[in-house]
Design a protein around this ligand. Structure first.
Ligand code: NAD
Ligand code: UGA
Length: 478
């Protein structure tokens, strides 16, 4: 079999970009991305705005759409004609029942598997691209086999995705590695070869790594756990820095220069967000508990606990610095996405910080360059559980200057480039005095801001206006 047609179930942050890049690099393969959501598919077919913001993605979609890339709600016919089917649906944390708050909810994966079982005929390679617990492929196989039609057969592969939002296109074009897990049978290995062939249209074969299915599934959870662990490690040290006068950026630099450690993912922050780190580590913790490995579970749980501590430490610092009360104070929140270059707010630390301040009676003025205003309102409504507070105390702005005007304090929650180059002299002039800046991303020039007159607080560094002045920072430029 040579793969000629691919179907991807799930047109989200993974399915959309992955299939767009695949279509760009594999003009000989027809790729149809399907979803239950009519709105999402309509947006993927729009020329104005895709359902997700990813730098460089619109250009690729426009190049391939209608040629060998299609977005559709006709899931049945896409499944029927495909040689290979990606399952790229969401796997959120369970919100009720057994494993609530920790286990991955596999209902969407199961739903996709059942659709395949009901509609597929002939030989199909089914590829688990969603992030799943170890041995999830077994459950998918059970569903497919239980519904097996006489003329159909399946091979299940694990092919986890490692792209990060905001850099998805580059991550897909120049992947560090492509991981494919399959059965060790002849048919399993043949399916692995088929999927490798697809990737080798643009990824060097040396970077296509194959292994057994369970190792592949676990490697995905492990990679996210390691990445998040580095952030929690540096964030834990940021608290030590604030208490001692050490500077966490200097510590991170010194540590990262060791080639065995490396410099990436050592940026201390208000805490990590995003749809996956927390859910995947919680899933790993749950798996460990189910396997009766409580010490391992407790070890990884600490990565999450440290992240919660970091977010709450930051929010409390805002309140304590503003004379222990923010009731009726106006506070600007710059950035609501969980990182720059995305409009995604899932688990964004900005939600935590904003909710904390709203509970303390603050009035928030929020600006993010890419997050839709209704998304901010929805996120705050579901986290405060009180739509009245959001109606009364939250204003969404379309630029940073109007958001900061007449406020008592400004908080940077996302590291958008445009926040670095704002005219802080103007912002200072328009703010209430004393004017406070809380830099949750360590992107601003703190000495310069202090010289303008701001009171500055950041992560992992003790800030004293007088100390900064004494060290002669007067003419520092941004
Ligand atoms: P998403 O929520 O953006 O998209 C999932 C899509 O699947 C939704 O549009 C939903 O409507 C659709 N869907 C659900 N069930 C369906 C069904 N039966 N038929 C058709 N469509 C269905 O999720 P995402 O961020 O793309 O993540 C997908 C998976 O990839 C998750 O397991 C996630 O952990 C993993 N992952 C995500 C990222 C990321 O950056 N977001 C990176 C790597 C891996
Ligand atoms: C992460 C991984 O990087 C991807 O490899 C993985 O595929 C993906 O999760 C997934 O499985 O969903 P993503 O969450 O999109 O990607 O973005 P990251 O760049 O990893 O950032 C996650 C969070 O950590 C952000 O809030 C970011 O601001 C924060 N972060 C990151 C830090 O606070 N410090 C750092 O040094 C790096």
């Amino acid at each position: 079999m040579v793969i000629q047609k691919i179907c991807c179930i799930g047109a989200g942050y993974v399915g959309g970009p992955t299939c767009s890049v695949m279509a760009l690099k594999c003009p000989d393969i027809e790729i149809t991305v399907v979803d239950l959501s009519k709105d999402r598919i309509a947006q993927w077919n729009s020329n104005e705005k895709l359902p997700i913001f990813e730098p460089g993605l619109m250009e690729i979609v426009q190049q391939c759409r209608g040629r060998n890339l299609f977005f559709s709600t006709d899931i049945v016919s896409a499944i029927r004609k495909a040689d290979l089917i990606f399952i790229s649906v969401n796997t959120p944390t369970k919100t009720f029942g057994m494993g609530k708050g920790r286990a991955a909810d596999l209902k969407y994966v199961e739903g996709a598997a059942r659709m395949i079982a009901e509609n597929a005929e002939g030989n199909k390679i089914v590829v688990e691209k969603s992030t799943v617990p170890v041995r999830a492929a077994e459950s998918i196989m059970n569903i497919l086999k239980a519904n097996n039609k006489p003329n159909s057969s399946y091979q299940i592969l694990s092919n986890p995705e490692f792209l990060a939002e905001g850099t998805a296109v580059q991550d897909l074009l120049h992947a560090d590695r492509v991981l494919i897990g399959g059965e060790e049978t002849a048919e399993g290995q043949e399916a692995v070869r088929q999927l490798s062939w697809v990737y080798e249209h643009w990824i060097p074969s040396s970077k296509v790594v194959t292994m057994n299915t369970w190792s592949s599934e676990l490697s995905k959870l492990a990679a996210n756990a390691f990445l998040a662990q580095r952030i929690s490690s540096i964030n834990s040290l940021s608290a030590v820095c604030e208490a001692t006068g050490a500077d966490v950026s200097e510590v991170a630099r010194a540590v990262g220069l060791d080639t065995r450690i490396g410099p990436k993912f050592l940026q201390a922050s208000v805490g990590f967000g995003g749809s996956c780190f927390q859910k995947d580590i919680l899933n790993l913790v749950y798996i460990c508990e189910c396997l009766n490995l409580p010490h391992v579970a407790a070890y990884w749980q600490q990565v999450i606990d440290m992240n919660e501590y970091q977010k709450s430490r930051f929010a409390e610092k805002v309140v304590s610095s503003l004379f222990n009360t923010v009731t009726d104070k106006r506070i600007a929140v710059l950035g609501f996405a969980f990182k720059k270059n995305t409009g995604d707010t899932r688990e964004s630390p900005a939600i935590y910080v904003s909710t904390h301040l709203l509970a303390e009676g603050a009035h928030l003025h929020i600006y993010d360059p890419k997050v839709e205003p209704h998304q901010i309102v929805d996120d705050l409504n579901s986290s405060t559980m009180d739509p009245d507070i959001v109606n009364r105390n939250v204003v969404i702005h379309s630029d940073a200057y109007s958001a900061t005007k007449n406020t008592h304090a400004l908080i940077v929650c996302t590291e958008w480039d445009e926040f670095v180059t704002l005219d802080y002299e103007k912002i200072y002039a328009d703010m209430m005095k004393p004017a406070y800046i809380f830099d949750g991303r360590k992107i601003l020039d703190h000495d310069f801001l202090q010289n303008l007159g701001f009171h500055v607080q950041t992560i992992g560094k003790k800030m004293h206006r007088d100390v900064a002045r004494a060290w002669g920072c007067q003419n520092h430029q941004m």
